[in-house]
Write a protein that binds this ligand. Structure first.
Ligand SMILES: [Zn+2]
Length: 451
């Protein structure tokens, strides 16, 4: 009842006062999802063509890229033409921020300062475009609707704990949104948090993949029944085991992928098939091979993004360093493009001397699906310094037995092969990156392409 009043009366009134267009934008996204793909692509290309001219005319960094490639903006008419421009790396953006990568013709008031941590820990400063805040917010509303989650539904957010303004706090209260800072959680208070969640009658829980997985494993192990009415929404990192969340919370799981730089909820699993759909209104998502060429369906490569809504600091063919496989169309009827097997950053792979490449997703599947270790770990991290040296650190959920330690050692050795010298350590803590992410595989080796 409250959700209906909130989404139909209170929220639209607030939007009117604040001059926001979230509901109508989300409705637009919903109406487009079943339209012929050619129509979605034409909309992307129309925005992309304007972006090409804008970047060439106003952003020195991209003007140089065009020149180096011997291209003019009018040469890029279609998504296929985009591959003629080079892929841009995080290091290049960092080296050229702010003057070379920021559009000279856009007023400063539109710049929203933001930052993210790089795969090796260094931070990247960038600007989001204030005019894209409606499309970013609407992307969440749209994806939430796939599990029937509406604005005004009672939700819990496991955030990093950034300070919130008075307006944000007041809005959270009216919108029935609760917040817990995941960085303040540790193995001593996590059971208390779980018990607290079990008592709350929540419609949904949303948070980063590793925190939600941790809560799921603790709740499952201690038989604490947390039962959100509609969904659990995993964000930020790549989710290692959707099954674990489904088992622990007994509700649909939305697995969402986004990128801090190219803002918004870009990709989410289909509620009907588990394939991952891309919101074409926010970005052009390409999966490219080592040479920057588009991968055919079924083939894997790096995810390269072009933000269609950031005019302040354009991101064109931006290398996310994450990987995926180009998917076949989904049987659900949605025409939004499909990607599969999302993998975290390419450096997050174990590479064995025999040429085996084990991603964090594959490792998670092995430990949690095939071996059921989830109820024993708070979190884990693999450190690889050379192909034959792998250290597996884990924070135990409870006191560990020698038997468990030796079983874990045997299982991992089996996975890695005998040519790898494996060290397994139970540790007190595994630090997160400054932006609160858990690096699952910390490798000092040169990345290999997946596929
Ligand atoms: Zn689908």
């Amino acid at each position: 009842m409250y959700s209906t009043i909130f989404s139909k009366v209170i929220f639209p009134t607030l939007e009117l006062i604040m001059r926001r267009h979230i509901t109508s934008t989300a409705a637009k996204y919903a109406s487009l999802q079943y339209q012929p793909y050619e129509q979605l692509k034409a909309r992307q290309e129309a925005k992309m063509r304007r972006l090409m001219h804008h970047a060439f005319d106003n952003v020195p960094f991209y003007r140089e890229k065009f020149k180096q490639a011997g291209l003019k903006p009018e040469d890029i008419q279609t998504i296929e033409d985009l591959t003629r421009l080079p892929v841009v790396t995080k290091e290049e953006i960092r080296a050229n921020f702010p003057h070379q990568v920021t559009a000279s013709n856009i007023v400063r008031q539109r710049r929203i300062p933001a930052w993210t941590s790089g795969s090796t820990g260094e931070s990247l400063d960038f600007y989001l475009d204030s005019l894209s805040r409606d499309s970013r917010a609407a992307a969440f509303t749209f994806f939430n609707s796939w599990a029937g989650v509406r604005n005004g539904d009672k939700g819990l957010h496991l955030g990093l704990g950034y300070p919130r303004t008075f307006i944000q706090k007041a809005f959270g209260l009216v919108a029935r949104q609760h917040y817990i800072a995941s960085l303040s959680m540790d193995k001593d208070n996590v059971i208390k948090v779980c018990s607290q969640l079990a008592k709350m009658k929540l419609d949904f829980i949303e948070g980063n993949a590793f925190t939600i997985s941790w809560i799921a494993s603790v709740a499952k192990h201690n038989n604490i029944k947390i039962r959100p009415e509609k969904a659990v929404i995993s964000t930020m990192e790549i989710l290692l085991s959707k099954q674990l969340l489904e088992d622990a919370f007994q509700c649909p799981v939305l697995n969402r992928y986004g990128n801090r730089e190219v803002g918004g909820a870009l990709v989410q699993n289909c509620p009907e098939s588990d394939k991952m759909h891309v919101n074409t209104e926010l970005c052009i998502l390409e999966i490219v091979d080592e040479e920057g060429n588009t991968c055919a369906p079924g083939w894997g490569g790096r995810i390269v993004l072009t933000d269609l809504n950031n005019w302040v600091m354009p991101f064109i063919r931006y290398d996310t360093e994450d990987g995926a496989i180009a998917g076949e169309p989904c049987p659900c009827g949605r025409t939004l493009p499909v990607v599969e097997n999302l993998e975290p950053r390419l450096t997050w792979y174990i590479q064995t001397p025999s040429g085996k490449t084990i991603s964090s997703r594959a490792l998670g599947g092995f430990l949690f699906k095939m071996r059921d270790y989830m109820t024993h770990f708070v979190r884990f991290q693999v450190v690889q310094k050379s192909p034959s040296e792998v250290t597996f650190n884990f924070v135990p959920l409870q006191s560990i037995t020698q038997e468990l330690l030796s079983r874990l050692n045997d299982d991992l050795q089996l996975l890695l092969g005998t040519e790898v010298n494996l060290v397994v350590n139970a540790v007190d803590d595994i630090p997160l990156t400054p932006s609160g992410k858990l690096v699952i595989i910390k490798s000092e080796l040169e990345p290999r392409a997946i596929g």
